[in-house]
Design a protein around this ligand. Structure first.
Ligand code: ADP
Ligand code: MG
Length: 179
């Protein structure tokens, strides 16, 4: 496990993405909503990134990764994530592979759970293929070993070297200077 969670919780790792509308705003609003989830606490957040779409057409994506300590079940957390996507106007056009989206929240990891049903696969089966997940993740968990044995930092570099484009654009969280 990458980090030890607080008692009664497990470490949940979530990727955030958007490429329709104001994607940076959507990711920041989603971060605030994750921070407000009952029994969950955001413990780490990457910066905000921009990436070219992978295996799809459309505008560039805004991306980030967030780690939480979460007392929900993984199924309940996924339901909350999908509700948040819907509240951001997420549409799922039938038959369009990797369609552009106003907000995408994928559950990458939930403790050491391995699940494989029609609604939820854990660890996320495509996380190790995507620079837009691994480059933000390398910022917070560089030494974590992916399920296939490669370190996050190494896989992130490798995917960029083979042409997946992503760049850091600034902080995700707007840090309040008010005390
Ligand atoms: P994408 O795979 O491009 O993110 P969607 O966000 O539309 O596509 O998700 C498609 C389906 O993937 C959802 O209905 C959800 O139930 C399922 N799914 C399976 N495992 C996961 C996971 N780990 N995180 C998020 N969604 C998942
Ligand atoms: Mg998704």
């Amino acid at each position: 496990m990458a980090r030890k969670a607080a008692a009664g919780t497990e470490v949940a790792l979530i990727s955030l993405g958007a490429n329709l509308g104001d994607g940076a705003k959507a990711l920041r609003t989603a971060l605030a909503a994750l921070q407000a989830l009952s029994t969950c606490r955001v413990v780490e957040a990457s910066s905000l990134y921009r990436s070219a779409p992978v295996d799809a057409a459309g505008p560039d994506y805004w991306n980030a990764v967030v780690a939480m300590h979460c007392g929900l079940t993984p199924q309940a957390l996924l339901a909350r994530l999908q509700r948040l996507e819907n509240e951001h106007g997420r549409e799922r056009p039938q038959g369009v592979h990797n369609a552009p989206r106003t907000l995408d929240l994928d559950l990458l990891l939930f403790g050491s759970r391995h699940l494989h049903d029609e609604r939820l696969v854990l660890p996320h089966p495509r996380m190790h293929l995507r620079a837009f997940v691994l480059v933000p993740l390398a910022e917070i968990w560089p030494h974590w070993t992916l399920p296939d044995g490669e370190s996050v930092a190494h896989a992130a570099r490798r995917l960029q070297q083979v042409g997946q484009q992503i760049q850091r654009v600034g902080p995700l969280a707007i840090i309040s200077t008010n005390s």
